[in-house]
Write a new protein. Structure first.
Length: 362
């Protein structure tokens, strides 16, 4: 194994705009149209393998790929659940740092849970990644490469069920995406650009999940993209939320909810409120009522709630709520007219479920 190196990730095709790609190809002594050929391989066929780029002359394809598509995100191993329909991949980055992503295939769609940072600085006490602290931000290409490789494994039929397309992306892997705003938006632009310039994914099918970094939420609302926003609330009152989501001491429940409502107004996209149900911590019926009231006081039809049964992390004293308590919490929200769906916890047996991504080598 290579020792961690410090510094910036080597430049990569997936960091570049269409013009920058042409320029990079030209600098390597090739005609600009080679950039589009490379884009087609990378964004339409999901390949960064020079061997398969048979429309490029043998003499130049190795050089172009070596210079512009260095292997930034390298598979260390995978763990499978649900007969192979859920796959967690551990990746090694150029400097030896590790991150994870999780691919979940359903009968009619597939979703990739991607990492935006190695570790996380938000320190939520119930989240495994939060316990690690922040190692570093991922670059745009390091985020894009997770998606490119998952798309390839689906398209090539590697995942049981026959060849398929990747439909949904959720920034619910390691890290706080809005704390790495520039690289995040760079990656999103590559996701939504039509093929072959990008992957041609629908912005609606990309979910950015945040602890509630209010200024960045406001900025995201102005990007002019109908991305889906998810706010990790986990408590409707500041006292408890400051314990569960420490950044709440900076931006309160009300400020985070106001920013979420503003996001809806700017984009027309219904916001999702995430609420990990933790036994005897935040699962009280009165908290369900209070949440319903706070959401309704900001209007109707703009939000839905996604309770998540807590996935206990190693060493944590907290567990998931009892089923009847969960049911009552959901009932309280629905009584307030709030659409509420409990999240399915795919991959919890491979520590692939929400909040469990810790890139633990064991
Ligand atoms: N930093 C972003 C993305 C984090 S992961 C955010 O906080 O939103 C996506 C979701 O999983 C978040 O709502 C997070 O709070 C939740 N989560 C973290 N640890 C969890 C756990 N142990 N059980 C259930 N959900 C968890």
């Amino acid at each position: 194994m290579t020792a961690p190196r410090r510094g910036k990730a080597p430049r990569h095709f997936a960091d570049m705009s269409v013009d920058e790609r042409k320029e990079a190809v030209t600098q390597l002594g090739q005609k600009p149209f080679r950039a589009r050929q490379l884009s087609t391989h990378y964004f339409t066929h999901y390949t960064a393998d020079a061997q398969s780029m048979t429309d490029l002359p043998v003499g130049i394809r190795d050089d172009l790929v070596e210079q512009l598509m260095p292997p930034l995100v390298n598979k260390i191993r995978t763990l499978e659940a649900d007969q192979g329909a859920t796959v967690k991949t551990l990746w090694r980055l150029f400097d030896g740092i590790k991150v994870e992503s999780v691919l979940m295939r359903y009968p009619n769609r597939s979703t990739l849970c991607v990492s935006s940072q190695a570790g996380c600085g938000m320190a939520c006490p119930f989240c495994a990644t939060g316990q690690m602290g922040l190692t570093r931000n991922l670059s745009t290409a390091e985020i894009v490469e997770q998606v490119r490789q998952a798309s390839l494994s689906l398209a090539s039929g590697e995942i049981p069920g026959g060849p398929a397309q990747l439909n949904n992306l959720v920034f619910m892997g390691m890290g706080e995406p809005l704390a790495n705003y520039k690289a995040l938006m760079g990656a999103i632009r590559q996701f939504v650009a039509p093929q072959p310039d990008g992957f041609g994914l629908s912005a609606r099918n990309i979910t950015v999940s945040t602890v509630g970094l209010v200024p960045a939420m406001k900025k995201l609302a102005k990007e002019g993209l109908p991305l889906t926003l998810a706010l990790s609330l986990h408590a409707p009152d500041d006292e408890l939320r400051s314990e569960l989501v420490p950044i709440n001491t900076r931006w309160t429940v009300d400020e985070a909810l106001d920013a979420a409502r503003e996001y809806f107004e700017a984009t027309g996209r219904r916001v999702s409120i995430e609420y990990a149900l933790i036994k005897d911590m935040n699962d009280h019926a009165w908290r369900g009522d209070l949440l319903g009231e706070k959401l309704n006081s900001r209007g109707r039809g703009w939000v839905h709630v996604n309770p998540i049964p807590l996935n206990p992390t190693p060493g944590s004293i907290w567990t998931a709520s009892d089923r009847d308590v969960e049911k009552e919490f959901v009932a309280r929200l629905r009584n307030h007219g709030i659409p509420t769906t409990v999240r399915d916890t795919r991959g919890s047996d491979i520590d692939g479920a929400c909040g469990q991504l810790a890139a633990d080598e064991q």
